[in-house]
Design a protein around this ligand. Structure first.
Ligand SMILES: *[C@@H]1O[C@H](CO)[C@@H](O)[C@H](O)[C@H]1NC(C)=O
Ligand SMILES: *[C@@H]1O[C@H](CO)[C@@H](O)[C@H](O)[C@H]1NC(C)=O
Ligand SMILES: *[C@@H]1O[C@H](CO)[C@@H](O)[C@H](O)[C@H]1NC(C)=O
Ligand SMILES: *[C@@H]1O[C@H](CO)[C@@H](O)[C@H](O)[C@H]1NC(C)=O
Ligand SMILES: *[C@@H]1O[C@H](CO)[C@@H](O)[C@H](O)[C@H]1NC(C)=O
Ligand SMILES: *[C@@H]1O[C@H](CO)[C@@H](O)[C@H](O)[C@H]1NC(C)=O
Length: 928
């Protein structure tokens, strides 16, 4: 009760603060890129984002989108900066922030943007646009800790970051209070209105907090599929008692509709973005059907892998104490999968099937703490109110630093470099700078700073100080001598006086103090001694030696970011040696006689590929080899051949078939590789059916991971990078342990260094060929990603890339076929029967969805091979986890105990600093 009274007080304060400034108290609705204030058809008052000084405005026009806030957007340069909006909030209050993104091809580029957004310092979401006319949105619920919160866009990987609207909604209590809110945000994954009467979400003014209760009728991939037969939509006009003082329960309109399982079950499956993870999950029930007194409605929730949960029986009328009243059981901390399948099933003594009105699932996102220098730097910028550099917003270091700052990479970073050159700064050097204990470089040159140089002894790591071309006065402080790491000090063209501290002259600091009329060179203690001992010539020779050794030291020092200097940023040199005299380096030259003996005169043919026939061989030392005799026209000239060989000999990676040497004799061109005992992936997937050859799902995932790593090495580990151009199952070879290696790489041309693509004759294998490459002839690393996507589909389905019969009429291609099934939620329809249900469906979903991304028509929309690897690894860990459960070796589930306890949170004023790690806590259901 105390908490209610308290929140009431806060609420009145809020009203006082915000009254008059907004049509809806506690709401901020920013129309990014807009020009005028307006009120929309819902009654929400929108204001343009004129506080944002960065970025540009674009007007767009999207079919059937008439809302003013979606006619314009703001976009930002695709650089390594962040662009932040700052919203005023009240500490210790809870808010919803929603950001929306409608691309509308604003840049006339049709390159679908992909970038990150962060809330404060915490990564919030990666925005991936996949359709010009579809709006993407993200919502997050959080407890404010500071008087303001920033929403930042950064890290564009494709296109330019942009935003259509930014909305802030102030909660009133709230039902979203959790034990974890000091350390976690809640990212909204699903908020569903079941039995909805249109595709439009229920929101303001039905929901006083303008949450979006999404309609269950919307058609999108993997959203509420696998609906049980007998599911019926019901609705009522009767008022529903949502039993709430602060208005935060689902709105009546969402509760007036529901679905009922007439056959005894309600089932649904949907994807939960960002999961697997820990989440907050509540269901909302109200009896809205007229039941006979003799009827009863009792049911249980069944979640796969969580047998404990189905012990709880819901009896809506009994739990809610009557009809048309809300009952809201839920879990504050539940481990949920990426693909959530759930079922409500009636109990045997119930006459009616289950009923469901609404549901909410939020994912916990760990808050990242900000830079340790945050408070100092906010005090510093407060002196420079309107300057644009002082208004970049958010944390100085995270998720990316401000344009004039560099930070170290600690979890709580420190500022290492400040560059404020030529910005017309006036007044004294801000004393805050002396409190940045991690500072290494300071640039304040070319301003109009006056007054003395402060004491920098608190910045003991300082190496470089630029204060030249200001109007600084006073002396060069002797505290500068104490900076043990100081290497360069520039103070020329100021109004400094006195004498240069002798320590600075002695310590080999590069020092320029010309143009300070009253500043004299002091007497160096060491040179004085020298003068006593030797001649003045000796002294200057010593000085010269000092300067030279400094310059050498400078060169050897790790390069720190400095503007106006040329930085030699050499790419990593992973090749054994540079391109030069070919063939003579690491590549071993076999004689033809040697190879004839090893292969017993090319007796055993083990394969044939685009470039020639492969024979089995065994060298004298017992090493088994694969000998590839190239067809004559593969390589015209000797020179070309030796170039290719030189290249091959430099590529080494665990997941690439090892090249051992070559032979060019008698008009024959031969390449020698390590022998791979288990043949090609293709043989294993479709070869003559030997039962034990069929490979299980986890093995397939491992093969996918191995081969993706091989490709990743070609793309990112080689300089210049290499595009394989012929990625396919017959080019993935398996060793004794069934680990995969990629073969036939490097036989294609090197990708041209620096350019994003090279043009050459289209080459590749039908079924794996990137359609964009085929049309444009522009080859990029994304062409390999396309082919790899096809392999992923083959691994799931056990179907070849091209088939005349398997994929139905008018479809010869695995991509079209799989896409159709996956997008309609029917994954079972493509899973290889040879996998015998011995897999976790989630890991298959993960791979299936990534595979579809890989085979997107445009290269720019495909992920990089490194992103694909990450997804495969996630799938592997899901699968391993599931395997452990299947084998009964995990007690994870039995640990979750159930208490049907009432959640009695108290208004938390920062006293509850008991940190509870979500992973360790116990799942407890609750009903308020
Ligand atoms: C966008 O439209 C507004 C109002 O219609 C107009 O004032 C503005 O100049 C337009 N901006 C651009 C970039 O076209
Ligand atoms: C726009 O609305 C019209 C009429 O309601 C409809 O026929 C059309 O398919 C819609 N277009 C798009 C792109 O949604
Ligand atoms: C930027 O995005 C890429 C891929 O989307 C990711 O690998 C990288 O870590 C991100 N960088 C930052 C600073 O968040
Ligand atoms: C917020 O809560 C107070 C009482 O706790 C209530 O009077 C008020 O109507 C609520 N505000 C909204 C928007 O529901
Ligand atoms: C500095 O001031 C001068 C003169 O007032 C002005 O011309 C110049 O644009 C200013 N530079 C910056 C970076 O503000
Ligand atoms: C010192 O600064 C002056 C003025 O900027 C410049 O002309 C001179 O070359 C500098 N001397 C050294 C040794 O860098």
């Amino acid at each position: 009760m105390g908490s209610r009274i308290f929140s009431l007080c806060i609420w009145f304060t809020v009203l006082l603060i915000l009254n008059g400034s907004q049509a809806q108290p506690g709401f901020v609705s920013l129309d990014c890129g807009g020009t005028d204030d307006f009120t929309d058809e819902l009654g929400l008052k929108w204001v343009p984002d004129s506080q944002m000084i960065s970025g540009d405005i674009a007007n767009i026009s999207v079919a059937n989108e008439t809302r003013t806030q979606y006619m314009a957007l703001r976009y930002f340069p695709a650089d390594n900066r962040k662009y932040c909006y700052t919203l005023d909030v009240i500490p210790r209050n809870r808010y919803l922030v929603r950001a929306t993104f409608l691309y509308g091809n604003f840049d006339k580029n049709n390159v679908y943007p992909k970038f990150d957004i962060s809330l404060g310092t915490t990564h919030w979401a990666t925005i991936v646009i996949s359709d010009a006319n579809t709006m993407e949105y993200q919502e997050v619920i959080f407890l404010a800790k500071e008087p303001s919160v920033s929403v930042c866009l950064s890290n564009a990987t494709t296109g330019q970051p942009f935003i259509s609207t930014l909305e802030l909604r102030h909660f009133n209590g709230s039902i979203y209070m959790t034990d974890y809110e000091n350390d976690f945000f809640m990212s909204v994954s699903a908020r569903i209105n079941f039995g909805a009467e249109s595709d439009d979400p229920v929101r303001y003014p039905d929901d006083p907090f303008d949450r979006l209760w999404e309609s269950d009728t919307i058609k999108k991939a993997n959203y509420l599929v696998d609906v049980a037969a007998g599911t019926e939509r019901v609705s009522t006009k009767m008022p529903i008692d949502v039993n709430t003082v602060n208005g935060e329960m689902p709105p009546q309109k969402a509760m007036q509709t529901a679905v009922v399982g007439r056959n005894g079950s309600l089932t649904y499956r949907l994807n939960l973005d960002g999961f697997p993870g820990f989440g907050w999950a509540f269901t909302y029930f109200a009896e809205i059907e007229d039941l006979d007194p003799s009827d009863s409605r009792k049911f249980r929730l069944f979640l796969p892998g969580a047998p404990e949960i189905n012990k709880l029986v819901v009896n809506i009328q009994e739990n809610a104490h009557g009809k048309y009243r809300l009952y809201e059981p839920g879990y504050f901390n539940l481990s949920l999968p990426f693909v959530l399948s759930f079922r409500f099933g009636k109990t045997s003594d119930s006459t009616m099937g289950p009923l469901l009105n609404a549901m909410e699932i939020n994912r916990y996102v760990k808050r990242t703490e900000g830079s340790l220098d945050g408070p100092v730097i906010s005090s510093l910028i407060s002196h420079y109110g309107s300057s644009s550099w002082a208004n970049e917003g958010g944390d100085p270091c995270l998720p990316v630093p401000w344009s004039w700052i560099r930070c170290d990479s600690d979890i709580r970073p420190r500022i290492t470099s400040i560059k404020l050159s030529g910005l017309n700064l006036t007044g004294n050097i801000p004393s805050e700078l002396t409190k940045l204990s991690g500072l290494i470089e300071l640039w304040l040159d070319g301003n109009s700073l006056t007054g003395p140089i402060p004491d920098f002894s608190g910045c003991s790591d300082l190496q470089i100080i630029h204060l030249e071309n200001n109007q600084l006065s006073g002396q060069l402080p002797s505290t500068l001598e104490g900076l043990a790491n100081l290497k360069e000090l520039y103070v020329q063209n100021n109004m400094l006086g006195g004498s240069v501290p002798s320590g600075l002259l002695d310590n080999g600091v590069i020092l320029n103090y010309t143009g300070n009329v009253n500043l004299r060179k002091g007497e160096s203690s060491r040179s004085r001694r020298k003068i006593i001992i030797g001649s003045s010539v000796g002294a200057s020779a010593l000085l010269l030696a000092t300067i030279v050794s400094c310059i050498l030291l400078q060169k050897g020092k790790k390069s720190s970011p400095k503007k106006g200097r040329v930085e030699l940023n050499l790419p990593p040199q992973r090749f054994v040696s540079s391109l030069g005299d070919p063939a003579t380096e690491a590549a071993h030259c076999f004689t033809l006689a040697e190879l004839e003996e090893a292969t017993k005169d090319f007796e055993k043919k083990v394969g044939s590929g685009g470039f020639g026939v492969v024979y089995y061989g065994k060298l004298k030392d017992g090493k088994e080899i694969a000998v590839k005799v190239l067809t004559n026209n593969s390589f015209q000239g000797k020179r070309e051949f030796s170039n290719e060989v030189a290249l091959l000999s430099r590529i080494h990676h665990r997941n690439l078939v090892q090249f051992l040497g070559f032979c060019q004799e008698d008009g024959k061109s031969i390449l020698v590789y390590e022998f791979m005992h288990n043949g090609t992936l293709k043989e294993h997937l479709y070869g003559p059916q030997i039962p034990d050859r069929s490979i299980n799902w986890i093995r397939r995932l491992e093969i996918a991971e191995d081969s993706a790593k091989g490709i990743e090495y070609l793309h990112t580990g080689c300089v210049p990078s290499i595009i394989h151009r012929d990625v396919k199952t017959s080019n993935i070879l398996l060793d004794k342990n069934m680990r995969a290696k990629v073969s036939d790489f490097g036989l294609s041309k090197l990708a041209v260094d620096g350019a994003s693509h090279v043009s050459s004759i289209v080459r590749g294998t039908v079924g794996y060929l990137d359609p964009e490459y085929y049309i444009s002839q522009q080859l990029t690393d994304k062409s390999d990603v396309y082919s790899f996507g096809v392999i992923l589909l083959e691994l799931i389905s056990g179907q070849e890339a091209i088939s005349n019969e398997k994929f139905g009429v008018n479809c010869r291609n695995i991509v079209q076929w799989a896409k159709l099934h996956i997008e309609s939620g029917d994954i079972q329809g493509i899973i290889d029967p040879a996998l015998h249900n011995d897999y976790d469906i989630q890991s298959i979903w993960k791979i299936a969805e990534k595979a579809l991304m890989c085979v997107q028509p445009h290269g720019s929309m495909r992920p990089s091979i490194s992103e694909v690897i990450k997804e495969i690894q996630d799938a592997i860990s899901i699968e391993r986890g599931a395997e452990a459960v299947r084998e009964g070796s995990s007690d994870d589930i039995s640990r979750h105990s159930m208490h049907s306890s009432l959640h009695t949170g108290s208004m938390d004023l920062g006293a509850s600093d008991h940190y509870l790690s979500i992973d360790e806590s116990i799942t407890k259901p609750t009903a308020r």
